[in-house]
Unconditional design. Structure first.
Lengths: 506, 506
């Protein structure tokens, strides 16, 4: 039968693709290429960002993809793999370069990637326990360990791992919504004309307002609490606002505080805020995606005083715990809230013949049904190096934030816009020729300066707006970055600015 | 200064963790261990699931983690890595075992895991283009390629990759909500008393009703359309329902059809449904998480006739395109809808000085801000083996679904509950001694039989309920599974059932 013949040919092609020897040979190629690449990049060789126009790269990705080797034998496949790999490494951003000090995304501890690879190759998914028993165990053990670090007792709190801080904040706020509006899950957020509100730090990450939009509250229901001079949430204004809302019987979903807020890395006074929320009986959510790491550092623990009073906390391991994206933790102080985000069953998933298993079925708590073994990297580096390494990386990068600040203060052509509380530093470069320039003009100059700098490949930094005026923003999230690199940053900015001035671009 | 000394010690520990030679040595250990493991598992040696009580594994994961080598030199670290790896492989589910035919999660083409590993080690994130230029290019090239496969023209449609089918369905339905209720994003879903509804296939995945809960519509707003005898959405009933809703001016967020629905893998008559939705001016969303793959198979393409008329489609590459979790595509027929899910800006992310870049900033379209390079695996295996391999795997696994069905029909002690349309097969085992048993009793017996079978390690299958009565469910999603394995499955079920009968458990 021709069907049988074509099936046998298909099976042969499948066996060739699943061939363990192909995995082995390609794997050794991968290891050599990645280790070589990393050695080069960490020494600061080559560009940080190999800049290309996006549409050119999209076209190239399609063209490369379609050059499929005809009837490739194993040697041809390994060779193809080698070339694909070279393209990937040539075209990517080099986060391990000491001049990468950009977004709140770290160069991960490299070996964390090998732990992730175990999950990828063997596909240890979750949703239900027995699809990823060890992945589940690792996730729960890390949730417990980090919850203890917050200051909680195992058994009293609960948590989960999800794909990123935005999804984590959304999940926590979904829980807060369902707890504060008990009918919302089934009946929707329609209330009798009084729209529930979300009270947030003015500088909260954009995903918080997005969450309001997604949750059906509307972004218009987000009430922003004014900030103090260090861009921290002002507790007095929070107290006043909550009191006012309670007086008007306005339903309040939650207060969202930050540890730290994205723009300049400001840590809120959590203890005071927690006391206020408790007094007004309002759910306190703390977005500690970046700053949760301070829990692990004796030197910086004080920044989080009071965090243990929060009802929910988000903490991204793929930020300052230096694992590859994505591994974000949602923690609930009260374990009774662990199933509040969703209130459903799926008979083919959650087996009523084994009801206790739901405690270990991650899909009961996460937006994801099938989920990657997202905690393998975190568990792996903790198991290899212990919490000391994580504390080291927090201390060193925070210290570099302070070092950059001092360099900015000492330089007449730079303006530091705040005293850093962690490793985020926002500033402007004001070349001698631009001291009389309007703020708007100076702001546009920063954005253009940053774009030229990153496209040169010399440094990767970020821009932002402070009070609607453009500024430069650095997160020293590469623990390999030293003060020498920071000196070079100021010099590189000066040189680029000079070129712009010479070209009449300023 | 003591601060300097402690910083220098910290930096030394950091350099040891980032040592490229450690990555290299551990990497070669990883490759050998994974290739050996895969070779063993693919030959069907060892258990599919090494069953352990969850709490025991959680404890073990914590204990293993905390045995951190004191002052480990590189050799000690590599040795530690080797032992951690052994534990991970011993404790995980073996999806590459030919007896793994469980959930809609495949044993991935192994080398896809190496492409993923490039993303993990070098952390090619997105949100904005220049944080992962190649990751962005690869994702966009795959979105375009798969959209073309749907039957669309590049330039007219749009799409994104997100972390899983649940998040993908949520994202598409968020877009549908925002388009059908233009005020919802800012003002919330409060309407003047008429709750917007979501019209869905009765067997839609649980994430669809969850999406209604999350989006503020409420799960009560989900209206389920009745099914025909093959558990496909009944177009006549859909037409009637939509007509009725329109007559009453009820806002309709979307119709959700399935290709295929989870329980028995039924493919909806998409062309008819699309015509009805167009006539009533209702957004049509097709959850093709599992069945989108049929686009790639000449033999099974017909199952998706009409899918090109959908407004949005979800298609999971981590299901039937055989890449590691998670890589789910959301596709919009009309590119004008690409920014409808979210309507926001974040100045430090989306640079107004380069507005065209937003087209390539994935964070504008996804719930995730920072995002993994989730399409590396898909691009990688496509580049290595071409679409032929994917078509092969669809054809072979669908054929195995049919083969199992025929074996069930031929066996007097098995009841097939439907004629399979793909690789999902639902059935019951009815041993000779149980033919007179009540349906409820027989259903409970299936659940218990399944649990004992998977805990024995011999096979991994799933249970479900059909019309509230327990049944066995198999997804032949392992392309290495053969008819011989299916014969062994029936024998294993018989043997386990006999043991249960002998123990008086039936």
């Amino acid at each position: 039968m021709t069907a049988d013949l074509s099936t046998e040919q298909a099976r042969e092609r499948i066996r060739a693709a699943y061939d363990p020897t192909l995995l082995r040979q390609a794997g050794h190629v991968l290891v050599e290429a990645l280790a070589d690449h990393l050695a080069t990049v960490q020494q600061g060789q080559g560009p940080v960002l190999p800049w290309h126009v996006p549409e050119d790269l999209v076209r190239e990705a399609g063209e490369v993809r379609d050059q499929i080797p005809p009837n490739g034998n194993r040697a041809a496949l390994v060779d193809r793999f080698r070339r694909l790999l070279a393209t990937m490494l040539e075209r990517g951003l080099n986060l391990h370069h000491p001049h990468y000090i950009g977004h709140q995304v770290p160069p991960p501890v490299p070996i964390a990637g090998w732990f992730d690879a175990v999950g990828s190759v063997t596909n240890q998914c979750m949703a239900i326990y027995d699809m990823g028993p060890w992945a589940t165990a690792v996730e729960q053990s890390m949730v417990r360990r980090l919850g203890e670090q917050i200051g909680w007792q195992v058994g009293e709190f609960s948590g989960l791992v999800t794909h990123g801080g935005s999804l984590a904040n959304f999940t926590a706020l979904l829980t807060a919504r369902n707890v504060s509006l008990p009918d919302a899950w089934e009946r929707g957020v329609m209330t009798d004309g009084r729209m529930p509100v979300l009270v947030v730090h003015s500088d909260a990450h954009y995903c918080v307002a997005r969450s309001a939009g997604m949750l059906g509250l509307g972004t218009g229901s987000v009430l922003r609490v004014g900030l103090d001079s260090q861009r921290r949430m002002d507790p007095n204004r929070l107290d006043e606002l909550l009191g006012d809302l309670r007086k008007r019987n306005q339903p309040i979903v939650a207060t969202v505080a930050c540890a730290c807020a994205t723009p300049i890395g400001a840590f809120d006074p959590l203890q005071t805020i927690a006391d206020i929320c408790r007094r007004h009986d309002v759910w306190l959510h703390v977005d500690a995606a970046h700053g949760g790491c301070a829990c692990l550092s004796a030197r910086h623990r004080h920044l989080l005083t009071g965090i243990e009073c929060a009802d929910s906390i988000v903490w991204d391991a793929h930020k300052m715990l230096f694992v590859p994206a994505l591994c974000a933790l949602v923690l609930y102080r009260n374990a009774a809230h662990r199933f509040e985000a969703f209130r459903q069953d799926a008979p083919y998933l959650f087996d009523p013949s084994a009801p206790g298993m739901a405690e270990y079925d991650s899909g009961m708590r996460t937006v994801e049904c099938t989920k990657r073994a997202a905690a393998f990297g975190l568990w792996g580096i903790w198991s290899m190096f212990g919490p000391q390494l994580l504390a080291d990386m927090v201390d060193v990068t925070f210290e570099m934030g302070r070092a950059l600040y001092e360099k900015l203060l000492a330089a007449s052509d730079f303006q530091a816009l705040h005293e850093p509380q962690c490793n985020i530093v926002v500033f402007r470069h004001v070349p001698a020729g631009m001291t009389g320039t309007s703020p708007e003009h100076l702001g546009r100059f920063q954005l253009e300066l940053r774009r030229r700098l990153i496209q040169s490949g010399d440094f990767y930094i970020v821009s932002t707006n402070v009070d609607r005026i453009g500024a430069l923003r650095v997160t020293i999230i590469n623990p390999l970055t030293t003060t020498r690199d920071l000196d070079q940053l100021l010099d590189a900015l000066r040189a680029e600015a000079n070129r712009m001035l010479a070209e009449g671009l300023a």
